[in-house]
Design a protein around this ligand. Structure first.
Ligand SMILES: Cc1cc2nc3c(=O)[nH]c(=O)nc-3n(C[C@H](O)[C@H](O)[C@H](O)COP(=O)(O)OP(=O)(O)OC[C@H]3O[C@@H](n4cnc5c(N)ncnc54)[C@H](O)[C@@H]3O)c2cc1C
Length: 162
């Protein structure tokens, strides 16, 4: 393998490691997808460039105030995601907030993290293999596998990528 193919930063050490499924991003999309994969016999590893999990499910604190500065709630239109949220509710990481807003109340439940959206993210991330502070900067299909170049100069190979 030619390192220049992966466009890794020059001068970095390249260590090739292999994962079954490489998931990019520990957000609302990546976390439930990763949690579902072992049931299908796959062994996923999530890579996220951030220091925490959740992506735009993010709770911040300023002084004594805590607020969600991304998604304030989620809904479940798919029974599989409804099951994920039901497990989060049972674990105390999510609560039903409302069923719509004022004149636009439609009876469909809106769920929020308890106490904030990052709690839901942490619940979804529990038990998953997550590599944090690692940005995927290049992806290349090579024969029967994917090669992922990371910002730190490492390369990882994977059978599948999400
Ligand atoms: C202000 C605001 C309010 C919102 N309100 C709502 C709401 O009320 N209800 C609702 O349902 N939705 C809401 N949304 C939308 C919702 O937040 C997003 O649709 C959802 O969080 C997207 O999830 P995601 O996993 O696709 O992406 P993200 O949450 O963005 O997660 C992507 C993750 O991937 C990581 N990442 C990205 N690129 C790389 C890379 N190259 N290498 C490694 N890691 C990488 C990021 O660090 C991040 O953690 C809101 C969004 C905003 C900004």
């Amino acid at each position: 393998m030619n390192k220049s193919d992966l466009k890794v930063p020059p001068g970095k050490i390249s260590i090739n490691r292999r994962v079954d499924v490489l998931v990019i991003g520990a957000g609302m999309a990546g976390l439930p997808a990763t949690a579902a994969l072992p049931k299908a016999g796959r062994r996923p590893v999530v890579f996220d460039k951030g220091r925490g999990v959740g992506g735009r499910m993010a709770t911040r604190r300023i002084g004594g105030a805590t607020f969600d500065h991304g998604a304030q709630f989620v809904t479940a239109r798919d029974p599989r995601f409804a099951e994920v949220l039901d497990q989060a509710r049972a674990a105390g990481a999510a609560v039903e907030w409302c069923r719509g807003f004022a004149s636009e109340a439609d009876g469909h439940p809106r769920w929020r993290g308890q106490p904030g959206m990052s709690s839901l993210a942490k619940h979804l991330a529990a038990g998953l293999a997550i590599v944090q502070e690692t940005q995927v900067v290049a992806l290349r299909r090579m024969e029967d596998q994917w090669m992922a170049g990371m910002a730190d100069g490492e390369t990882w190979s994977a059978g599948s990528v999400i």
